[in-house]
Design a protein around this ligand. Structure first.
Ligand SMILES: [Zn+2]
Length: 206
């Protein structure tokens, strides 16, 4: 190849790196909440199947989150704790049906507090999980022997408790002891130590 060929390839590689870094939708710090949604056709490109040892069947997360939740599950298991992912990536259509079911059963007002509208669910990012412990009910995760361990160690694997009990006015969601969000190791450590929500952390950065 001549020198022009090499220059051409280098330019292409630089464009790919630039576009990847500038793509906020695929950032591990993407903020999805009641005000910030995702396009209905958004599906993360690097979804991977979580090992069945640590999740229900057919649960997918983005690469980094998948690898870290398996590490977490495996370390927990070594200590005698069972942490199982019961929900992970959910696409727009799934959330659409789920939210409408909530409205039908619980009414619109209650649905707004505990279920995201389609396009506004963090589960569509492929970075959020719901977990259960050895009492086998994610709704009762707080009562499981795993809860305290998860609460105090999840950040070491890049996960944060996303909807703490005293932060409903900031997150817009009632307390969800079972819902964790992958934000990366450094950010999770910071958020845990300073007792923040993702909303507060992002506001501090800007
Ligand atoms: Zn959840």
């Amino acid at each position: 190849m001549n020198i022009q060929g090499y220059i051409y390839i280098i330019i292409i590689i630089l464009i790919i790196i630039f576009v990847k870094e500038e793509d906020p939708i695929n950032d591990t710090l993407i903020l999805v909440n009641k005000e910030n949604g995702l396009p209905s056709d958004y599906i993360p490109v690097d979804l991977e199947l979580i090992d069945k040892k640590f999740a229900f069947d057919n649960k997918y997360l983005r690469h980094e989150a998948r690898s870290n939740i398996e590490k977490l599950g495996s370390d927990a298991l070594a200590l005698g704790y069972k942490i199982i992912v019961v929900s992970a990536f959910r696409d727009y259509k799934y959330q659409y049906d789920l939210h409408n079911e909530y409205i039908k059963v619980k009414g619109a007002q209650y649905a707004e507090l505990c279920s995201a509208r389609p396009g506004y669910s963090e589960h569509q990012t492929g970075l959020a999980i719901d977990v259960m412990g050895s009492n086998n009910d994610y709704n009762l995760f707080e009562e499981s022997i795993e809860f305290n361990w998860m609460r105090n160690n999840a950040h070491r694997y890049g996960f944060i408790l996303r909807y703490p009990y005293d932060k409903t006015d900031i997150t817009g969601y009632k307390y969800e002891p079972w819902h964790y969000r992958y934000v990366g190791l450094k950010t999770a450590e910071y958020i845990y130590k300073h007792n923040l929500t993702l909303e507060e952390y992002i506001k501090k950065q800007t």
